[in-house]
Design a protein around this ligand. Structure first.
Ligand code: AHR
Length: 499
């Protein structure tokens, strides 16, 4: 049995819990939109064709801001194709995912869907194959109240109120050679600055996200952020980070420590942002928008992929099925985003439905929760108030990828008389007994203690067995004199709510 001790100090506040940390992402990719959120023939569909079984799950997931419509898709997208009468909308090739886009769901429909889920829209403009004017036109269509050509067109299309979208992404992964119209840092930095400056002439309060590197592994990482910000610093509010993790070659120990890499990545981007701010003698704080993160088993082709040379609508793509271990990593990554709330002020789990997603659907059939659904939904429900950085004494283990990792990781939040503690046991075979001194938070009672684990770390939820892996009340959690004692099974994620 591993043993660890944690002290929570009410004074050790990192930052407020930012609701936008619990964002997600809907891309026109595979079956995320079509037969994911939208399926007019489905028995649960509402009058607009949206699956209400999926809406219910999205609400339960507790996602806040939702990034749309891509991703790589956005770099070939003409937004005008997806508005107005549906029978007039063109079918186009989506080069990014080698599929056909019917444009049956566009901005107005998606915004209506978001209202059902209670989420905020974060919209990306195409800076891959398009530029400033189409971005300004989209902004006018989306946000201008009325009395101009494009705002009146929106009204004529059936949406009288402006969408009032606050967060906008200036393209997507513009450093990636896979991106339609990718650019070097100089060219992108200049284009982003000019686009951002023009968009802020229309509305100075927009919150604009400039593209950082598409991953920390890119050869240009660091230099890309510096160059892009040297051009755009004055005009933007966030820089993006993207990171996906997977187990490589059976090295579960390293995989479980993926959060260390995310933390290191955040450090690198924060240092670069601060470097540019210092050079510019500026006290402006550029936030990090971690707007793509997840576990993703990236292979040339997934077994379930239906993509070949044919051009098809909504083929199955990137339909990863997550294990109990994957859910522990997702939970730990989310803990890291919370712990770094001083720098990470917005984040998006990529993606929401069917495509590397917490929610799966079958066309004409049910919708269900993947294992990764649970740590996200429970953290979104319980984390509130301020983030507390815990002092953790834990045994460590050596990983091949990330060096020394602590067996136990934790983060806490506190709001008035309620607090929440999130923990992982990365130990592969031993349970851990963890004591947590919560006296400084004034907590004395356990409200709930939920643990996600499975004897088979590779157990998954599937269409045939959708509830194979679910969280259970932890039977080994007690509280005495302000000290919580809890036993964590190996490879597990746990949330404890306290009063
Ligand atoms: O989320 C899947 C893809 O991953 C996105 O389209 C792209 O931005 C990233 O490479």
């Amino acid at each position: 049995m591993h043993r660890a001790h944690i002290v929570l100090d009410r004074q050790a506040v990192v930052a407020p819990v930012r609701r936008r940390t619990f964002g997600s992402f809907v891309e026109h990719l595979g079956r995320c939109v079509y037969t994911g959120i939208y399926e007019p023939e489905h028995p649960s569909a509402n009058k607009d064709g949206f699956r209400m079984d999926v809406v219910d799950l999205v609400r339960e997931l507790g996602s806040t801001t939702i990034r749309y419509p891509g991703g790589n898709f956005v770099s070939g997208f003409r937004w005008e194709d997806s508005i107005g009468p549906r029978d007039k909308r063109p079918v186009r090739r989506d080069l990014a995912w080698h599929s056909l886009e019917s444009n049956q769901v566009g901005l107005d429909e998606f915004a209506a869907w978001l209202k059902l889920t209670g989420s905020e829209l974060m919209l990306a403009v195409n800076l891959g194959t398009r530029g400033i004017l189409p971005a300004l036109d989209l902004l006018e269509y989306a946000n201008h109240p009325s009395g101009t050509a494009l705002s009146d067109l929106r009204i004529a299309n059936g949406t009288p109120e402006p969408h009032n979208i606050r967060m906008w992404c200036l393209g997507n992964e513009m450093d990636g050679p896979w991106q339609t119209g990718f650019l070097n840092a100089e060219d992108y930095g200049k284009l982003a600055a000019r686009t951002a400056s023009a968009m802020k002439m229309a509305d100075k309060d927009l919150e604009l996200v400039v593209c950082g590197s598409s991953s920390a592994g890119m050869p240009t990482f660091g230099d890309w952020e510096r160059t892009v910000l040297e051009h755009s610093f004055e005009h933007v509010d966030y820089i993006s980070c993207h990171a996906y993790y997977q187990e490589h070659d059976g090295d579960l120990g390293s995989f479980l420590a993926s959060a260390l890499d995310m933390d290191f990545f955040i450090d690198g981007v924060a240092a670069t942002v601060d470097h540019v701010a210092a050079k510019k003698h500026s006290s402006k704080k550029i936030g990090i928008s971690f707007d793509e993160w997840n576990v993703w088993y990236q292979k040339e082709h997934q077994e379930s992929d239906e993509v070949n040379d044919e051009w098809r609508q909504a083929p199955r793509q990137l339909e990863d099925v997550y294990s109990a271990a994957d859910a522990v990593v997702v939970g730990n990554l989310l803990m890291t985003l919370l712990k770094r709330s001083d720098r990470v002020t917005s984040a998006s789990l990529a993606q929401l439905v069917n495509v590397i997603a917490p929610i799966m659907t079958e066309p004409g059939g049910p919708a269900w929760r993947q294992t990764s659904f649970y740590p996200f939904s429970i953290t979104s429900r319980l984390a509130a108030g301020e983030v507390i950085r815990p002092a953790i004494e834990s045994p460590t283990y050596t990983t091949a990828r990330y060096g020394e990792a602590s067996v136990i990781d934790a983060v806490a939040t506190v709001e008035e008389d309620r607090s929440a503690l999130f923990l992982v046991n990365r130990g592969l075979s031993q349970p851990a007994q963890v004591t947590v001194d919560v006296r400084s938070l004034g907590s004395s009672r356990i409200l709930e203690a939920l643990t996600l684990a499975d004897q088979d770390v590779y157990a998954k939820n599937t269409l045939a067995e959708p509830n194979r892996v679910v969280p259970h009340t932890n039977p080994n959690a007690t509280m005495t004199d302000g000290v919580l004692t809890i036993e964590l099974p190996p490879v597990s994620w746990t949330a404890v709510a306290l009063h």
